[in-house]
Design a protein around this ligand. Structure first.
Ligand SMILES: Nc1ncnc2c1ncn2[C@@H]1O[C@H](COP(=O)(O)OP(=O)(O)O)[C@@H](O)[C@H]1O
Ligand SMILES: [Mg+2]
Length: 166
C-alpha cells in the first residue's frame, strides 16, 4: 500500500538534534518553498532557522526578525526570507504594502508565528511545530511535521527515510 506521508513526529533530544533536522531539511528546499515554523517562545524556531542557514552555506550572523519582521539572505541556490510575525498586528500596513512578492516566488520563505498573519499568507508546503517535551528534560522538543503540498510530502518521505537509516 502506498500512502503518501502527510505527518510525522520526531523526538529532538537536544539542540544538536534540532540542528540535525535542519541540516537534513536544507538540501530538500527548492525555490518557492514555504515553511511555517510554529511553537511557543523559546521552543527553538530561530535556532532551527540558524542551523538551516548554516547548512545552506551562510556563515554570517543570523538576527531574529522579531522587530524587523523580515531578514533576507542571498544564498547560492536561492534567496531565503526569514519572517517573524510575533509582532504582526502592529505592522499590518507594512504587510499590505506588498510582501506577497516574497512568498512563493523564487525565494524560500521561513515563517515564524504564521498564525499571527494567517489571513494574509499563502498555504505552506510544510509546517513544522516545535513543542517542549518536559518529560525528557529542558532541552527536549518534539518536532511535528505536516505536509501541505506534493513537495512537502516529498520532504517528509526523505526525512522518514533518513530517520530509518539512522
Ligand atoms: N532542542 C532544542 N532545540 C532548539 N533550541 C533549544 C533546544 N534546547 C534548548 N534550546 C534553546 O532554546 C532557545 C530557543 O530559542 P529560539 O530559537 O530563539 O526560540 P523561538 O525562536 O522559538 O522563540 C535557545 O536558547 C536554544 O539554545
Ligand atoms: Mg524566534
Amino acid at each position: 500500500m502506498n500512502h503518501p506521508l502527510d505527518r510525522m513526529t520526531l523526538p529532538l533530544a537536544d539542540e544538536a538534534a534540532t540542528a540535525h533536522l535542519a541540516q537534513r531539511l536544507a538540501p530538500l528546499l527548492t525555490p518557492g518553498f514555504i515553511l511555517y515554523l510554529s511553537g511557543d517562545l523559546g521552543a527553538g524556531k530561530t535556532s532551527f532557522t540558524r542551523a538551516l542557514l548554516a547548512a545552506l552555506g551562510y556563515s554570517g550572523r543570523v538576527k531574529s526578525p522579531t522587530f524587523t519582521l523580515l531578514e533576507s539572505y542571498e544564498l547560492s541556490r536561492f534567496r531565503l526570507y526569514h519572517f517573524d510575525f510575533y509582532r504582526f498586528s502592529t505592522d499590518r500596513a507594512w504587510l499590505d504594502a506588498g510582501f506577497d512578492e516574497y512568498l512563493g516566488g523564487d525565494g524560500v520563505a521561513i515563517v515564524e508565528w504564521p498564525e499571527r498573519a494567517a489571513d494574509s499568507l499563502p498555504a505552506p508546503d510544510l509546517r513544522l511545530r516545535l513543542e517542549f517535551d518536559p518529560t525528557h528534560g529542558d532541552n527536549a522538543r518534539l518536532a511535528l511535521l505536516e505536509a501541505g503540498s506534493e513537495r512537502g510530502r516529498a520532504c517528509l518521505s526523505a526525512l522518514a527515510t533518513g530517520a530509518a537509516a539512522g
